[in-house]
Write a protein that binds this ligand. Sequence first.
Ligand code: FES
Length: 103
Amino acid sequence: PKVTFVQPDGTEMIVDAGAGTSVMRTAVSSGVPGIVAECGGSAMCATCHVYVDPGDRAALPEMLAVEDEMLDCAAAEREEGSRLSCQLPVATDIRVRIPETQV
Ligand code: FES
């Protein structure tokens, strides 16, 4: 599957993701700017915050309480499509927007 990362300025990067990986790991291993992932994927930092495209939200796993709480602490404004990208397995193509800031 492919992950499309949209930067705040509209620049897009489309990355092939390995099976079973997360959106966060896909970004980090491909050098996509704007995904800090300080905690390494434990849903403890909120620096991997992304905005998932409306059409891609339904296919994602439900948010656990820990992710919900961390999103309230994210540096950029929380929106309807806000998720922690470390909690998003890549199963099908997905498009996410990266916030203006993570820290
Ligand atoms: Fe820290 Fe996702 S990497 S919450």
